[in-house]
Design a protein around this ligand. Structure first.
Ligand code: GLU
Length: 531
């Protein structure tokens, strides 16, 4: 039988990093075995607009290359894949369970159930519903209805014995039936509850392996009971360890951003993202712009393969040493028996390291394609990119090297793209390096030298400037620091001579002139001794 797995998100409006790790494991397992991966939408309790709340989930999965064989937008033989559109199928299952005696109409009020629960608590015994308002016959039901009671349908769960589930990750897990409640499967308004829908769909869709988050382990007995009562074979189960907060075992949550920001690595990742988001006009303050949510990585320009590689290791390992995998390798080697039971802590630093590692393998031409949308959105380049401009972008990307950790970090280099008059200057660097006695004169003479420099290449400029500095009996610092601030607006950046060569003679000379006029000319002479 062909392997069929499913990911069953509720339309929440975002794709959680822990959720997508579950999706990835389902996908890897299906692909590993040449099976199918199905996307089912658990939208029975949906108040808001499902389409709107689903789109970010579909977009996130697609961006990561986690494609589904059946589900929304692609259809499939078991359509519809939205639970909200499958009510008749579930109601039919409820009818069958009632008929076979595995479920019953119950007319207790919520207060009566609560009173029983409290009595059990007071006597320190586990709560088991007395089934006092169970309608065994139509006449019973009619009598209860006549009292103004409303009926729900409950499972008639076994009260003795146990169920053993051979979880593919946890091994045999025992459940005492006596610990289970007579769970409600249909509300008084005729709508059905999630556990019923989920079990029925797992059967209807031919799911062979239910791979899902650990928090659903406790729901498994009632789902198995439903499946068995309907005469269906239960799928195999694999409950994945939670994706936990940095350095903890507690489940990662999108609501605890403030807490996570106290973690240095997390804060650094957030800051990296915010800097980019601000420059491209993305709502950086939105609660959905958060490293717990996949969209964050898409917005700032991570590589889907790097995220996939990192997520694969959140709870799984091939051995104790191999960490770097391409997607194809993962598909080849993934197995559930190498999934851990222990929570897997989300490590922002490691994620970034994976990103850098994958980025190193991306050819320059592809990086150029990755950064162009950012430059456009920042308004630094036109929509139409000429061959010249493309060449320049390639040179910047190449010179930036490892500093370009994510595509959006191209926006750390405005000096190569903005007009000379729009160059942003760092105030402190300007004060320290340009507004100093003697700097104006140095810049002016330097401008003369650079105007004549031939060829205007990094290596020639390096030799030239070194020689000139010596000849003028200046320290190298007295020259290169003001030069850098004058042409780039600040003291940090990559190789100065590369920078000069990429900017080109005209821009360099024009900026030297501008810096002199704007900042240096007003400072008194003479030049400081050291710089
Ligand atoms: N909709 C459920 C969730 O988002 C899926 C549970 C399951 O996989 O069975 O957690």
């Amino acid at each position: 039988m062909s392997v069929r797995t499913r990911f069953a998100p509720s339309p929440t409006g975002y794709l959680h990093i822990g959720g997508v790790r579950t999706a990835l494991f389902c996908w890897l397992f299906a692909r590993r075995h040449g099976g199918q991966f199905i996307l089912r939408i658990d939208d029975t309790d949906q108040q808001r607009n499902v389409e709107e709340a689903l789109q970010p989930i579909l977009d996130g999965l697609r961006w990561l290359g986690i494609d589904w064989d059946e589900g929304p937008e692609v259809g499939g033989p078991h359509a519809p894949y939205f639970q909200s559109q499958r009510l008749p199928i579930y109601q039919e299952a409820v009818r069958r369970l009632l008929k076979s005696g595995h479920a019953y109409w119950d007319f207790a009020t919520p207060e009566e159930i609560q009173a029983e629960r409290e009595a059990a608590q007071a006597e320190k015994r586990p709560f088991v519903y007395s089934r006092r308002f169970m309608a065994e016959t139509e006449a019973d039901a009619a009598r209860f209805r006549a009292q103004g009671r409303q009926g729900v349908v409950r499972l008639k769960m076994p009260r003795e014995g146990k169920l053993v589930i051979n979880d593919l990750i946890r091994g045999p897990v025992e459940f005492e039936w006596s610990q289970e409640q007579d769970h409600v499967i249909q509300r008084s308004d005729g709508t059905v509850l999630y556990h019923l829908a989920s079990a029925v769909d797992d059967h209807e869709f031919g799911i062979t392996h239910v791979i899902r988050a650990e928090e659903h382990l406790s729901n498994t007995p009632r789902q198995v009971f439903i499946l068995q009562s309907l005469g269906y074979e239960a799928p195999q189960f694999a409950h994945l360890p939670v994706v936990a907060e940095p350095g903890s075992k507690v489940k990662l949550s999108k609501r605890k951003l403030d807490k996570y920001l106290k973690n240095r690595d997390f804060a650094e990742l957030m800051e990296l993202g915010q800097k980019i988001a601000q420059k491209i006009g993305h709502a950086a303050s939105s609660e959905l712009f958060n490293p717990v949510i996949v969209d964050f990585y898409k917005v700032v320009g991570f590589l889907p393969d790097a995220i996939v590689n990192y997520l694969a290791l959140l709870g799984w390992s091939l051995d104790d040493k191999t960490e770097h995998f391409t997607r194809e390798e993962l598909v080849r080697v993934f197995s559930l028996d190498r999934v851990n039971k222990a929570p897997a802590s989300f490590d922002p630093k490691k994620l970034l390291a994976f990103q850098q590692r994958h980025m190193r393998e991306v050819p320059i031409s592809q990086k150029v394609e990755m950064v162009i949308p950012y430059l456009r959105r920042a308004g630094w380049i036109p929509g139409e990119v000429s061959a010249d401009l493309r060449g320049k972008i390639a040179r910047v990307v190449e010179a930036a090297g490892d500093r370009l950790r994510v595509a959006g970090e191209i926006l750390n280099y405005p000096e190569f793209f903005v007009a000379d008059e729009d160059l942003p200057y760092d105030e402190k660097d300007v004060a320290k390096r340009l507004q100093q006695p003697g700097v104006a004169e140095i810049l002016q003479r330097l401008e003369g030298v650079l105007r004549e420099a031939e060829p205007f290449t990094a290596s020639h400029l390096e030799t030239l400037i070194h020689q000139w500095t010596e000849r003028e009996q200046l320290s190298l610092g007295q020259v290169v620091h003001p030069l850098r601030v004058a042409v780039t607006g600040r003291s940090v950046g990559f190789g100065l001579f590369d920078t000069l060569a990429i900017l080109g003679r005209d821009t360099v000379c024009r900026r030297l002139q501008l810096a002199r006029e704007k900042f240096a000319a007003s400072a008194a002479k003479p030049a400081p001794e050291s710089a």
